[in-house]
Design a protein around this ligand. Sequence first.
Ligand code: SF4
Length: 359
Amino acid sequence: MWVRRPDARGILETPGVKKALPRYVDIVRKNKRAKYLIAKAVQAEYRRRDTTDELWVKHDALLSTFKEHVKTQDSSRKKPKQVTNSFLDLKVLLAHRLMQDCAFCERRCGVDRLRGEKGYCGAGRNFSLFSAFPHMGEEPELVPSGTIFTGGCSIRCIHCQNWDISQWRSSGTSVTPEMMALQVKDLAGKGCRNINMVGGDPTPMTWQWIETMNKVDINIATIWNSNSYYSEETRKLLAGFIDLYLLDFKYGNNECASEISDAPGYWEAATRNHLMAHEYGELLIRVLVLPGHNECCTRPILQWIHDNLGPDTRVNLMFQYRPEWRAGERPELKRELTSEEVAEARHIADEIGLRNLVR
Ligand code: SF4
């Protein structure tokens, strides 16, 4: 497996990765425990008949002390005690409630997905699996990455490379969280460094994902590989569940986001969610450079990252744009990047002072 990506071997020892993703590296090395395991060991006092508002109050109180639990766990070699109702159980219950009035993403469709209703993303009640395999094409610090693709997406990028999954060209395989937990264990057994939840986008499957990991007890890092368009509620559910946020930062303004990805309010959602990811986990940001969008998108995104998350934030500036799906609807997206645009994007990153780019 490693022969195909020799750059993945020593990458965890490099200063850039150690600085930006220290806890992730420790989980891969089995020196620290994944956040979801810590959340499983935190006692939560609630009743199933509590109102959703009451549950959120209890959730948020536990979240406010979660970092202390992480610190305690990190300094102890002891296996945590079993609890009757855990913080992770509470997250499962809240996510289940959200399924009835869906607001996992910014679109807030309000459909009852437990009854099989479908909103914009096309996801209903089922956990729809498209593929699960050790991915060797991700960033070197992630591979082999136990990548699991599920169906549906909360936005609609006209150049989507995974449009067959995001737009349900097929329905995938309907699995239970128990079956998905076996997939997770299988990928861990194959030597994967992490479980990489992706789609489409993983956001519509937030409940199913938390439920799945509640049935797993192996120490493996969790990765949320998302377009960043998830709601306030989802960002709170992810805090204390996700170790490494692998977030796309797609647009530097709402006009481009609306026109290209039908994602109104993208800038506010993305900035808010990157800040929370930075606070509760570790962050690797993907910035796909689009043809003709260096000044309106690449520059403001990189500037915001530098100013709000710091110059050592791990950023993958990506140049592999290809016109896929409906990209021909916009003149500038009909072509690949020019070498001048690639050089210009690199120059912008240097000029702004970002110094931890994935090479
Ligand atoms: S996850 Fe899907 S159904 Fe739920 S709010 Fe978003 S687009 Fe609508």
